[in-house]
Design a protein around this ligand. Structure first.
Ligand SMILES: [Zn+2]
Length: 355
């Protein structure tokens, strides 16, 4: 038996054991007693916001790190179980219900999609419309019709051009000697944070672009100019989102880390995107997702300015469920990209720990 076949057999065995275990637990009724259940009796004000990025039909992984890409087949499984077991509402609808003091429908879930991926029109917006479910796309306005790659995407792309060890070695050789106190981490997300901390500036900055130019030369990687044309949405595509019943939300203009900007800079990022997106879709934009969305990426100024600009809701990437007491400008979201259909139901309903 070849090792590939053996690992396939092991994988299906593992999945089958897990599936049957979940089914047995479901039948036993024990799960309803779990202290971690999200939607129990008397918890009708709770809702969960799911955070997707790119939905891709490609079977081969591209340059985006895996939690940022959800295969189409898995996404379709999610839509099927969500439609069957949950009440899927749009973010602004949830806000309106809570504001009016009414009760949310049972097991309310909201679907959101970040960034400007052209595939999302075909593989997210169309399936949503076919399932009759609402969704919100948070789009950085400067990434619409963009020709070059956003610095983050350029970094991910370059990381895949050479073996991982060589990539880390080159990065280490390019940072100031005094900053190299800890070894570079393996995973691409902590690696980017490590690099930015070592350089003393973020990649989405003029210095960051110069660094990426130098990194591209150092790696001898093919140029990334013009790649944006094949991966980001065009103005025409953003306009057509409303044909699918999809809402558009603000994700700032340039997808910069808001906490690294002063108040005027944050206000400009939010207001510029607000104006550009409203002009494209022909209606006011009322929802927002902070770029990156982890606690170090936004601050009190971001929340205050968002409130002043009139947003009804703003999403972070901090995991957890939300309820009537959650600040609507600091909503939690969870990334469902790892879960298959039934696993998603299991995690949303009961979880193995609090969401
Ligand atoms: Zn984003």
């Amino acid at each position: 038996m070849t090792s590939g076949l053996l690992s396939n057999v092991k994988r299906s065995l593992r999945l089958s054991i897990r599936r049957n275990f979940i089914r047995a637990l479901e039948r036993s009724g024990l799960l309803w007693k779990s202290p971690y259940r999200t939607f129990g009796r008397g918890e009708r004000e709770r809702f969960v916001v799911l955070m997707y990025h790119r939905i891709s039909a490609s079977q081969t992984p591209d340059f985006l790190p895996s939690p940022l890409t959800c295969p189409l087949s898995k996404f379709l499984e999610h839509l099927a179980v969500l439609k069957q077991h949950f009440s899927v509402l749009a973010l602004d609808e949830v806000r309106e219900i809570l504001r009016s003091g009414r009760e949310l429908p049972p097991r309310t879930v909201v679907l959101t999609f970040d960034d400007s991926w052209f595939d999302n029109l075909e593989f997210a917006a169309r399936p949503l419309a076919e399932a009759g479910l609402p969704g919100t796309f948070f789009i950085p306005s400067a990434d619409i019709d963009r020709e070059d790659l956003h610095p983050d995407h350029r970094f991910y792309f370059l990381s895949r051009r050479v073996p991982a060890d060589r990539f880390r070695e080159v990065l280490q050789s390019m940072i100031p000697r005094s900053a190299a106190s800890t070894p570079p981490p393996d995973h691409i997300f902590p690696l980017r944070r490590w690099l930015e901390a070592s350089l003393g500036y973020v990649l989405v900055s003029p210095q960051g672009s110069n660094f990426l130019d130098a990194l591209e030369r150092e790696l001898g990687a093919p140029p990334t100019d013009g790649m944006g044309r094949s991966i980001y949405m065009t103005s025409e595509q953003v306009r057509s989102l409303s044909d699918f019943g999809v809402r558009v939300g603000n994700h700032t203009a340039h997808h910069w880390q808001l906490s690294s900007l002063d108040e005027a800079g944050q206000r400009k990022e939010l207001a510029d995107a607000q104006e550009a997106l409203a002009a494209l879709v022909g209606k006011p934009i009322t929802t927002l997702a902070y770029p990156y969305g982890e606690p170090q990426d936004y601050n009190e100024t971001s929340v205050r300015v968002s409130r002043e600009l009139g947003f009804c809701c703003a999403c972070t990437a901090v995991p957890g469920y939300n309820d009537a007491s959650t600040d609507p400008l600091l909503l939690h979201r969870i990334n469902p990209t790892w879960d298959r259909g039934r696993e998603l139901v299991y995690r949303l309903l009961w979880g193995s720990r609090p969401l």
